[in-house]
Write a protein that binds this ligand. Sequence first.
Ligand code: NDP
Length: 294
Amino acid sequence: MTAAIIDGKALADKLRARTAIHIRHLKAAHGFVPGLAVVLVGEDPASRVYVRNKARQSEEIGMRSIHHALPADTEAAALVGLIKRLNADPGVDGILVQLPLPPQIDPAGVIDAIDPAKDVDGFHVINAGRLATGAPTLIPCTPLGCMLLLGERHSALAGLNAVVIGRSNIVGKPVAQLLLAADCTVTMAHSKTRNLPAVCRGADILIAAVGRPEMVRGDWIKPGATVIDVGINRIASADGKGRLVGDVAFAEALDVAGAVTPVPGGAGPMTIACLLQNAVTAACARRGIVIPTA
Ligand code: NDP
């Protein structure tokens, strides 16, 4: 079997184009352009790249991008002070604080300070609780992207066995909630799970969000399963530059799975596209505007 490759880049392009249409509509019909504030603390090189990409992509689709860069020795109180100002600013619809934060700042306290209505990452406990209880909310971007990628392959997920490897608050737990809401039978696996390969072999839908290069081997995958690889791992390469791989051994997965996402070009591009969509969702929800359908 040669698995279909689910093209996250193409899907992200489509989603961004739709979000751009929504922004044009909001400007024409309601006289405003959504504003997304991104806060970066410190000099982490990967974070700088992510933040630059977010700013570039938001501007490309006509969203207002507001950038705050704070030095690495910023104290939590100063960061929370900035967040409070952004919470109160009517021109700011979404607030994203780039993680990880420097060690002197507790990320939980910072996320807690964000107005849940502007929490475009969907990490605030109120939004996590709303997701867990099935209430409308801002859904974390990577999990939302995973569900849209699954939608490329499945018109319905009801009754399918889904295994999620990884139980972080930002990927594993919310994606499991979304799969449950879609009527899957969900198993959450983690570092203490016994006989993980056997657990994975029961999965019609396998989501890997671990951070271990190519951990999921071909013989862990049920023939015909759909595999979404969230992992982003840099490994050594012959040219010394390093290359990105996922948590799934991609070449092996191609022989067994029904469909699989590549790394790069799968879940990664969807994350930023979903962030931009969330900013529009937040802007509309705060103003009581029903989002137009494209
Ligand atoms: P975390 O480190 O927060 O969580 C990793 C999870 O994997 C934990 O639940 C851990 O279990 C589990 N785990 C670790 N080792 C094993 C193992 N040997 N067997 C089974 N489970 C294991 O990571 P994140 O959720 O933040 O990210 C996961 C991956 O996704 C990373 O590669 C990250 O770079 C990538 N990522 C990609 C994004 C994108 O845009 N595509 C966005 C966010 C993350 P335990 O809880 O028991 O410790």
